[in-house]
Design a protein around this ligand. Structure first.
Ligand code: SF4
Ligand code: SF4
Length: 395
């Protein structure tokens, strides 16, 4: 875990490490081969440099990394990836692949590194099992394991069986994560349990970290933006290092600020201009959705900056509030989704036309401080919900 105070030191040491690695692995020949591959796939050198610049900005890296990213992408040696599916809907894979046409990240990812993917592979049955076993053995200690979906743990994990051997999800996840160099949880189900873990959670579904007790990088969201998944993966593939994380093991570059901080409707929140019911004048004018249940002030994610489907739109842009999908237990703690959360302690500007002189929730922002507040906010809601639930149950 890295706090924002350590970031500068982190970047300095990362720069040194990257330069050492590039000295060892980079050569003019590898660059020429990579340029040829780009050309065959319809990309010019200019497209590639624009992409390297975009990725540097997206990962919130200092500009000095731009040239290093361009060089690192050309290196032939890649970390293999094994992608497993547990209890989920495959929406995260869909989001990951949601590009109109293959981009440079997809080229690096699919053509160079993807070794095993439960649902994208053409093969099935025993051939797949054999391929998985071989991949684990061949790349022992060198591969990245990506898990999508929650892991049912109740009764020995019998509520999820995968593959021709009838292995439980729990067994399979343990077996594959054990020999991985890095384990990534893509999506809220893999990170925190998601809908499978919603009350009363009959299968004992858990996120990977809780189910297996292992170190993890969480990339939550339902689904996560492809920018967050691709960016985190590329950070590891290109630099051989995980990015700095918050207290919930989420990459700070993606989850270090709240939806509310960069929301296009924020000026209306500050001015006390709210949608009061669906389809009213405020809704037509694009006013703030807080009173319609928006959980953007409680949610750490970057949807308000990058949107979805290559920046086309996002939930708040389409007129519905954020439901807090990248926070732990959001199905329980953020519900009801279309009503403000009474327990959040958020004070809103009292009336239309009153500018918020001091924004109590907007002042504690980025970095680890923000992450800590996120946990605190989520924690207080969870506690409040839990006490309500036990109150109801004892009634
Ligand atoms: S409450 Fe929601 S809609 Fe309103 S400004 Fe914040 S994030 Fe945007
Ligand atoms: S806007 Fe909120 S609910 Fe929607 S994807 Fe982003 S974090 Fe999840």
């Amino acid at each position: 875990m890295t706090s924002s105070k350590d970031l500068q030191g982190y970047y300095e040491s990362l720069l040194k490490e990257v330069d050492e690695k590039l000295n060892d692995l980079y050569s003019k020949e590898t660059e020429e081969e990579f340029n040829q591959k780009l050309k065959e796939n319809g990309f010019s050198r200019r497209d590639f440099l624009k992409w390297a610049s975009f990725l540097t900005a997206t990962l919130m890296l200092p500009p000095a990394f731009e040239s290093r990213i361009a060089k690192a992408a050309a290196i032939k040696e890649r970390t293999p990836i094994i992608w497993l599916h547990m209890a989920e809907c495959t929406g995260c894979s869909e989001s990951f692949l949601r590009t109109r046409e293959p981009d440079i990240a997809t080229l690096i990812f699919e053509q160079v590194s993807l070794t095993y993917h439960d649902t994208l592979m053409m093969a099935s049955g025993e051939r797949v099992e054999k391929h998985l076993d071989e991949a684990i053995q061949r790349y022992k200690g060198k591969y990245i394991c990506i898990i999508e979906g929650a892991i049912p743990t109740k009764d020995g994990g019998i509520y999820l069986r995968v593959g021709s051997k009838g292995e439980t999800g729990l067994e399979r996840a343990k077996r594959v994560t054990k020999d991985a160099k890095v384990n990534l949880a893509f999506g809220t189900c893999a990170a925190f349990g998601g809908v499978q873990a919603a009350h009363p959670n009959p299968t004992g579904a858990k996120g990977v970290h809780d189910a297996l007790g292992i170190e993890i990088v969480n990339v939550p969201g339902c689904p996560p933006n492809s920018v967050n998944m691709v960016g985190t993966l590329l950070h590891i593939l290109l630099f051989d290092k995980i990015p700095p994380l918050d207290l919930l093991y989420r990459p700070l570059w993606a989850y270090g600020s709240r939806i509310h901080d960069y929301c296009e409707r924020r000026a209306h929140f500050d001015a006390g201009e709210f949608v009061e019911e669906w389809g009213d004048e405020g809704a037509k004018k694009g006013w703030c959705l807080y009173k319609m249940g928006c959980k953007g002030p409680l949610t750490y994610n970057n949807c308000s900056r990058y949107r979805f489907n290559q920046g086309t739109n996002w939930p708040i842009g389409a007129g519905h509030g954020c439901i807090g999908c990248s926070e732990p237990n959001f199905w329980d703690t953020m519900a009801p989704f279309e009503e403000p959360n009474d327990e959040s302690g958020i004070r809103i500007p009292a009336s239309k036309g009153v500018e918020a002189a001091s924004d109590e929730i907007g002042s504690f922002l980025a970095g680890a401080t923000a992450a800590a507040v996120g946990i605190h906010a989520a924690g207080s809601i969870i506690r409040a919900k839990a006490s309500k639930t036990s109150q109801k149950e004892s009634e």
